[in-house]
Design a protein around this ligand. Structure first.
Ligand code: GLY
Length: 320
């Protein structure tokens, strides 16, 4: 049933006391993006709106709230893809902008390239009138403190990471059956300067094709790139698998071949959808018809009416 929007706010281990905050943010984002679809807006407009809200929310590792690299700087990756034409755009290792997914959309719409990186991406942002923001405005006390702790002799930046590792992302099908995806991230904590993750790489950090569906992943970027996770899921769907079956098969393969943990949100053009992960948790929410679905742990699917955020019931969804 169309339209549909599914978003995620990262996969990993989320501290109990932060869980409600993580979950609330994806529900707010999915409602806002879905309102665009209900008014007849495009899948591309909806996914960029949802991801923009998640980037602006300091809880998530994207935009404001991004993790810091080894030098204490924020370098962000993002991509968007439009399933109507396969048009796509990305930025990698971009600094001092608030909304990397919007800049990725400008790369798609205003250049003949699919990815701009680093200083070149910043120059392009200035040329497009995208405001430069102070780096400090993107950094939260939590990650500044974590970065300082990680400088201590013997610290293990990977082990000290709590909260979802990933990324934020969204996939949608609009009422005309067009699909789109958007993904955005600060990457991984204490990454080397110039490290580019999956979220800037089409086919890995997202893919959208009206013939098959759309995917936005989160998790271990190097593993996601190694198996080109998003395109792999769509390949399985082309072979006749459902969004859920395709996601589970590709995530199992990513674990087997690259010991990668993460998760995905997926739609097909008929309105089938999935939110699947092989990490401990993934923060996700989906809107379709009159219902908002959301969850954090495997097998969890809380459902509430879109119009009534106060009433929630728990049900199981294993097939969509
Ligand atoms: N999946 C986000 C990253 O590894 O950068």
């Amino acid at each position: 049933m169309l339209p549909v929007l599914v978003v995620h706010g990262g996969a990993g281990t989320i501290q109990k006391e932060l869980a409600e905050m993580y979950s609330e943010g994806v529900r707010v984002a999915v409602r806002a993006g879905f309102a665009i679809l209900q008014e007849g807006g495009s899948a591309m407009d909806a996914v960029v709106e949802a991801v923009t809200l998640l980037e602006n929310n300091p809880v998530y590792n994207a935009g404001c709230g991004s993790v810091l690299n080894e030098h204490g700087n924020v370098e962000m990756d993002a991509l968007v893809m439009d399933g109507r034409t396969l048009a796509n755009g990305a930025v990698s290792a971009v600094r001092r902008i608030a909304n990397a997914a919007q800049l990725a959309r400008l790369v798609m719409e205003k250049t003949r390239h699919v990815c701009l990186t680093g200083e070149g991406a910043s120059k392009f942002a200035r040329a497009m009138g995208v405001p430069e923001v102070p780096e400090e405005s993107l950094i939260t006390d939590r990650y500044r403190k974590r970065w300082e702790e990680n400088l201590a002799p013997g610290a293990n930046p990977v082990e000290s990471q709590t909260g979802p590792k990933g990324t934020v992302g969204a996939v949608a099908v609009d009422s005309e059956g067009n699909v789109a995806c958007a993904t955005s991230t600060g990457g991984i904590q204490n990454k080397m300067e110039g490290r580019v993750g999956d979220s800037a790489c089409v086919g890995s950090g997202g893919y959208a094709d009206n013939r098959v569906g759309a995917v936005s992943p989160t998790g271990d970027g190097e593993a996601i790139m190694t198996v080109t996770l998003s395109r792999l899921i769509l390949f399985h769907m082309e072979q006749g698998k459902s969004a859920q079956e395709a996601s589970d098969e590709a995530l199992a393969y990513m674990w087997e071949k690259a010991q990668g943990l993460g998760g995905v949100v997926v739609v097909d053009p008929r309105g089938g959808w999935a939110a699947r992960f092989n990490d401990t948790q993934m923060v996700w929410a989906a809107a379709q018809g009159q219902q908002l679905h959301y969850g954090l742990y495997r097998g969890e699917d809380f459902i509430q009416p879109l119009q009534d955020p106060d009433s929630a019931s728990t049900q199981d969804h294993h097939q969509h």
